[in-house]
Design a protein around this ligand. Structure first.
Ligand code: AMP
Length: 397
């Protein structure tokens, strides 16, 4: 797809730029506890401010469902944003109407203002035309830098983009470029590693991936469902037996499209789901009735590494085992480290994201060396499912 970026914006000085950002950050007692999302939107804010635009930030926080819920105000995010930006950030108690237009009228070139939670208005989530119009009334241009909110067709992510000249911010641009390099027009062979708890939450994703990638490693709890569908007794492992037919359909689709499915060949099993639980590595025909598989075994790790070594492109979502409890993080850590090394050496385009994946890669100390790690949860997964994201579609030229 083609979209305009900030490179296409020539005359920003004096313009009111409505910039959709993701500031839905974790908070504890009114203090921001993780600034990752804030850091991601700084380049766009800085660039627009340096070019003399009046930067008007639009964002949501939590799910106030169209009401002014005090605990979901964006006001406490303002100081954290200002500190990281190294510049004053003003705050406005409403994102539309008289309060908003008066605050914006007072802005000087280069000023930055954060508008209150867009979801305080019911029109935001309904993508109501009047609400989008009220937002657009305060700007000359629209910049979307919130890929993580792009799977929702909301007033501030979709409706507004149809009313003003629309641009992708730097983070949105980087995300779209990374995703397109991984699945849009990738260097082959392409390997997908999919893990995590359940098949049921990733059926669409698996179906889409088998039609696009050359190799698919399935790990984590979801591998058990595939193994059980192949007639393996998985004991007390997490397993969705009722999805055996679905697993078989996915395997048949993979065979048809020439995608090799790689399942574990051995398992680390334990009787308790807790850190340090007694465990042993067994072959698949020897999983004890009263034990559960919490990680893939050493032989499986070797196979995964071989597949990573054979790939030019890697898309990763979900851990290979119960990585939060040691020692069942071993396979995830080993595979992530190996992929990171290959990526760092320029041998692999490694893109990862979605849910627990970022935490798993951070745990492995591998995130920094991956080519791209998406902090978007739902949007990244919907993109892996092959769905069109409304907020991205609206930027298309
Ligand atoms: P997801 O959000 O679907 O990516 O799932 C992530 C969760 O899957 C993590 O909390 C892991 O602990 C869990 N998980 C991974 N492998 C297993 C396994 N073999 N048995 C139980 N849970 C697992």
């Amino acid at each position: 797809m083609t979209f305009k970026t900030l490179d296409d914006l020539q005359d920003a000085a004096g313009k009111c730029a409505l910039v959709r950002v993701d500031l839905n950050v974790p908070m504890d007692n009114g203090k921001v506890t993780d600034t990752t999302r804030i850091s991601r939107v700084l380049p766009t804010i800085r660039e627009l401010s340096d070019k003399g635009a009046k930067v008007i930030l639009l964002a949501h926080f939590g799910r106030p469902k169209g009401e002014r819920v005090k605990t979901m105000s964006l006001a406490p995010v303002t100081p954290a944003l200002a500190a990281l930006l190294g510049k004053e950030v003003l705050f406005c108690e409403d994102c539309i109407g008289q309060t908003a237009s008066s605050a914006i009228a007072n802005l000087g070139n280069g000023d930055v203002i954060l508008m209150e939670n867009t979801r305080y208005h019911p029109g935001e989530e309904k993508n109501d035309a009047e609400f989008a119009k009220a937002l657009a009334a305060n700007g000359d241009i629209y910049v979307n830098d919130a890929f993580s909110a792009a799977h929702r067709a909301h007033g501030s992510t979709e409706g507004i983009a149809r009313l003003l000249p629309a641009y992708a911010g730097r983070t949105m641009q980087a995300e779209l470029e990374a995703l397109s390099s991984a699945l849009g027009n990738p260097e082959r062979p392409v390997l997908a590693v999919v893990g995590g708890a359940k098949v049921s939450s990733k059926i669409d994703l698996l179906e889409n991936l088998v039609s696009k990638v050359d190799m698919l490693v399935i790990g984590g709890g979801m591998a058990n469902t595939f193994l059980a569908a192949k007639g393996i007794d998985v004991g007390k492992s997490l397993c969705e037996h009722e999805l055996a037919a679905t697993a078989k359909t996915i395997m048949a689709a993979a065979e048809k499209s020439g995608c090799e499915i790689v399942l574990p060949v051995d398992a680390v099993v334990a009787r308790e789901f807790k850190a340090g639980a007694d465990n042993e590595t067994v072959t698949l025909d020897a999983i004890p009735q009263d034990a559960m598989m919490l990680d893939v075994g050493a032989s499986s790790i070797e196979t995964v590494k071989q597949k990573i070594a054979a790939a030019k492109t890697l898309v990763w979502n979900g851990p290979l085992g119960a990585f939060e409890i040691e020692p069942f993080d071993k396979a995830t850590v080993a595979a992530a480290k190996f992929a990171a090394e290959r990526a760092k050496a320029g041998q692999l385009n490694a893109v990862a994201g979605g849910g627990d994946t970022v935490a798993a890669l951070n745990h492995a100390g591998a995130a920094d060396d991956f080519s791209y790690v998406s902090t978007a949860g739902g949007a990244f997964l919907e993109w892996l499912e092959g769905k069109e994201l409304p907020g991205v579609k609206a930027l298309e030229v």
